[in-house]
Design a protein around this ligand. Structure first.
Ligand SMILES: Cc1cc2nc3c(=O)[nH]c(=O)nc-3n(C[C@H](O)[C@H](O)[C@H](O)COP(=O)(O)O)c2cc1C
Ligand code: SF4
Ligand code: SF4
Length: 264
């Protein structure tokens, strides 16, 4: 059976997982969601996989829009590459598929390094440990998908975190995500290389006088690709913690992130 693995990725974690799943699954290919989101309305497939990060205890808005376009799949699986805190994410995901009348057969969570600066820097050793664990989990996922088994990872977030703090805050932030690009800016280190523009998956950055301008047109996914791939670490956000090294997946080449963007 053919497997189509659709992915959305800002700092490369989800792309890492999608690539490695595909290497281990026969007759499979990976497809960037930004490439097809405005081109296809009837997504059909034999086995369909979706790999994406989790944002504020929920899925990226572009992935939500993508799922609404799925019309048919014999087996559908989803993998979250969150930083370990899914909150209501699993419940929200199941609900969306029920509303779509599409059967979600399995749902997995692979904890990966956090690409926001919230929790500080992730030491290299810790990153390697996470990638090793991710590789093992990928093996397990391949077995489950090959056998077409049903499997649902359990929610790993405490009830307090899910519903009180940061749960309530996450709900608010998730609802306001698309306007968060108003809080990005560059500092004096910007060298005008336009990498930020090229890595933006949704074409939300324009270069003006050799400096990025965020378009503020409700398109931003807050994926942090611009923030995390800037070679000068010059992009700041009102939520960026000062002095923290930016994270992007060290196993992913920047060209693969650029090739995943809607510009391509
Ligand atoms: C705006 C934003 C919100 C996030 N919210 C969560 C969250 O609620 N729970 C979590 O586990 N990780 C959260 N993360 C971390 C990402 O899901 C995680 O680092 C993911 O692996 C990034 O995937 P990518 O490299 O494919 O973009 C958040 C990251 C960003 C940028
Ligand atoms: S990637 Fe960084 S240095 Fe390059 S143009 Fe964008 S902000 Fe400036
Ligand atoms: S502007 Fe930055 S954060 Fe927003 S979608 Fe583009 S790359 Fe992601």
């Amino acid at each position: 059976m053919k497997t189509d693995i659709y992915y959305f990725s800002g700092s490369g974690n989800s792309l890492y997982i999608a690539q490695n799943l595909s290497k281990k699954m026969e007759h499979s290919k990976i497809i960037s969601i930004p490439h097809i989101i405005n081109k296809e309305n009837n997504i059909k497939g034999e086995i369909i996989g979706i790999v994406c990060p989790i944002y504020f205890h929920n899925m990226p808005h572009i992935v939500r829009d993508f799922i609404k376009k799925i019309k048919e799949a014999k087996y559908l699986f989803m993998v979250y590459a969150g930083a370990g805190e899914l909150g209501k994410g699993l419940k929200a995901t199941k609900k969306l598929f029920v509303a779509q009348n599409i059967k979600l057969s399995s749902l997995f969570n692979i904890p990966m390094p956090d690409n926001s600066t919230r929790y500080g820097e992730i030491p290299e050793e810790k990153q390697k440990e996470m990638f090793n664990n991710a590789d093992k989990k990928i093996e397990d996922i391949v077995k489950i998908v090959n056998l077409k088994e049903e499997h649902f990872d359990s929610n790993n977030t405490s009830l307090f975190k899910t519903y009180i703090h940061p749960g309530i805050l996450c709900k608010f932030l998730y609802g306001n995500m698309k306007t968060m690009d108003k809080d990005f800016f560059t500092d004096e280190n910007c060298k005008g290389c336009s990498i930020c523009q090229k890595v933006c998956p949704v074409n939300n950055i324009t270069m003006k006088d050799n400096k990025p301008v965020w378009n503020k047109n409700n398109r931003c996914q807050v994926c942090c690709a611009c923030h995390d791939w800037c070679p000068k670490e010059s992009i700041q956000h009102s939520s960026t913690k000062a002095g923290i090294k930016r994270y992007h997946n060290p196993n992913i080449a920047i060209k693969d992130i650029i090739n995943s963007s809607a510009n391509e």
